[in-house]
Design a protein around this ligand. Structure first.
Ligand code: VG1
Ligand code: CO
Length: 548
């Protein structure tokens, strides 16, 4: 593979498929098989990202169908663009958080992460490419918009020829032209980072006792990471990690760790009594779901619990600089931050907004209601990190997940919370519904809603406190006079039709009823928003696809 002439490919027409404002490309696997499709997006990215010529690039993915073939194409294109070193992993297996770590550790110009996250994989599923910047996080909007602009005028691309595919089965060093390709084990460095943050001895003692853990890797990327950490270093019994071998189609499943798609694990914890702790991660390993015996931990509450208990964990023993949550995430963390006397920021959905706050040292922890939690250790959300954080807290406190939650609500009050997703609805219907409510916003203020009054109705906009950039159109909010709220958003990650997300939240102080079923506690708001937005009528669905 040393002689690698560079081929210049001319495109008959430019490629215009990437949505502006998104940090990557997520489409069906079929679409990715269109000639020059992947190549065009990579070409635009390599032209736009600073520091490519002479720099280092990290590439790997969640193991889904198309992963290895894409690594090969990206490696040859990187060589043609003068990259000096490409770092990839055995089997091409690299979780999103582990990729973020490698980018930072090696001072790479960027990372190319091959994943459609929680979307199904396989020839009939989805594929995706995410470009992460030098800080290890999703590239900011200025860069993604420049990539998008470059795709609009692309006349061709450059790629190095190679006689054989890159050998990814074992670690080693290769070259394509003058570029060095280093194949490393994608798990090692991530595990070392976790060992710096958490008390492994203490967690191991917990797991070797009668505390039983079930971890579901959903046939996706966290299998090898979870096995090494939980069954290897921490000594949990064999079989603790379920569905631990990454499969190209994730076993036909939907690798989204929620009560619908990870229902086997949920049943194990919520209906059985053999396990004390359950967790699952998504396709690319950046999300987490936490369960205790008969206890589901809402992701918004999870962030609040990590915030309140952070100093029990070695990596955060000195306290937190501040915290942040995305707008649709409940205000459970805000209440804890107030008690701790630290700042709490409210950002639009998506991890890139946390990046600036983390880089500026303004926050230490951050999270989203969509099962994403993370910290300043990298610049992505991190599924297994959250699992270890919870286990470390439980090991120190010596109590159950349910006891942690009861104590938390008894101290801070409870934010009843739910998200209702209506998936794969006709795009016209979804946009029609959304735009209608958007236009109605001004006249909604002062109107009755679910026995309360609408105090504010707006479309969320965010001014970044670090660089002053403004991001608008981030979700329709109805803020009620008792602090409850309903938010409507259209998903940016779905690939079939449109997905409407309805976020519902209502606060009960410590003196109130802390033991209601969330759907019942939010019942009047659920019917009020259905009526106001004409959800059933316009989507033709009589219930959401997923209720969290
Ligand atoms: C969803 C979540 C959002 C998350 C995004 C990426 O976006 O709601 O909180 O940041 O996925 O997660 P949307 O636009 O579909 O609501 V992942 O695991 O794909 O990096
Ligand atoms: Co993900």
């Amino acid at each position: 593979m040393t002689s690698s002439p560079i081929r210049q490919v001319t495109l008959a027409q430019p490629f215009t498929d990437q949505k502006p404002g998104t940090s990557g490309l997520r489409k069906s696997s079929r679409q990715f098989q269109t000639p020059h499709y992947l190549e065009s997006f990579i070409e635009a990215s390599l032209r736009v990202v600073p520091g490519i010529a002479g720099g280092t690039v990290v590439v790997g993915g969640d193991g889904r169908y198309g992963n290895r073939a894409a690594i090969d194409v990206i490696a040859r294109m990187a060589a043609a663009h003068g990259v000096s070193r490409l770092i990839t992993t055995t089997g091409g297996i690299l979780s999103t958080p582990a990729a973020s770590n490698l980018i930072r550790q090696h001072g790479a110009a960027c990372g190319v992460i091959l994943s459609a996250s929680h979307n199904p994989g396989g020839p009939e599923g989805d594929f995706g490419v995410k470009i992460n910047g030098a800080n290890g996080g999703p590239t900011p909007e200025s860069v993604t918009d420049a990539i998008h602009a470059a795709t609009l005028t692309l006349e061709g691309y450059r790629i190095a020829e190679a006689d054989a595919p890159l050998p990814l089965d074992v670690p080693g060093s290769h070259s394509i032209g003058t570029m060095t390709v280093t194949v490393i084990d994608g798990v090692d460095d991530y595990v070392a980072l976790m060992q710096q943050l958490f008390d492994f001895e203490r967690i191991a003692a917990l797991l070797k006792g009668d505390f039983r853990v079930a971890f579901d890797a959903m046939h996706a990327v966290t299998g090898p990471y979870g096995s090494r950490l939980l069954e290897g270093l921490l000594g949990a019994p064999a079989g603790t990690v379920r569905n631990g071998i990454p499969l190209e189609d994730f076993g036909g499943g939907h690798p989204d760790p929620n009560l619908t798609y990870a229902h086997e694990l949920a049943e194990l914890l919520l209906q059985g009594n053999a396990y004390d702790f359950g967790a699952a991660c998504d396709g690319d390993g950046d999300r987490n779901m936490i369960l205790g015996r008969s206890c589901f931990v809402n992701p918004s509450d999870s962030l609040a619990v990590l915030t309140a208990n952070a100093t029990l964990v070695p990596g955060y023993a000195k306290g937190l600089a501040g915290v942040a949550r995305s707008m649709p995430t409940s205000a459970a963390t805000d209440v804890v931050a107030k008690a701790l006397g630290i700042s709490c920021y409210e950002t639009p959905t998506g991890w890139k907004f946390f990046g600036n706050l983390l880089d500026a040292g303004r926050i230490t922890l951050c999270g989203e209601e969509s099962f994403g939690t993370g910290s300043d250790h990298i610049r992505e959300k991190d599924g297994l990190w959250a699992v270890l954080f919870w286990l470390n807290i439980l090991a120190v406190r010596g109590c159950s997940v349910a006891a942690v939650m009861a104590e938390h609500w008894g101290r801070f009050g409870r934010h009843y919370y739910s998200r209702h997703d209506y998936e794969a609805i006709a795009s016209d219907a979804a946009h029609g519904l959304y735009d209608r409510v958007k236009v109605m916003l001004p006249e909604l203020v002062g109107q009755p809603f679910a026995g309360r009054t609408i105090a504010t109705a707006d479309d969320f906009a965010y001014t970044d406190p670090v660089d002053g950039s403004i991001t608008s159109g981030q979700g329709l909010r109805l803020l009620l006079d008792d602090g409850s709220r309903v938010v409507l958003r259209l998903s940016g990650t779905g690939t079939q039709g449109a997905t409407l997300r309805v976020y519902l939240e209502s606060y009960v102080p410590p003196s109130g009823d802390l033991n209601q079923d969330p759907q019942a506690a939010l019942g009047s708001m659920i019917s009020a928003i259905d009526e106001l937005a004409e959800i059933k009528q316009r989507t033709g669905m009589d219930r959401p696809t997923v209720i969290t």
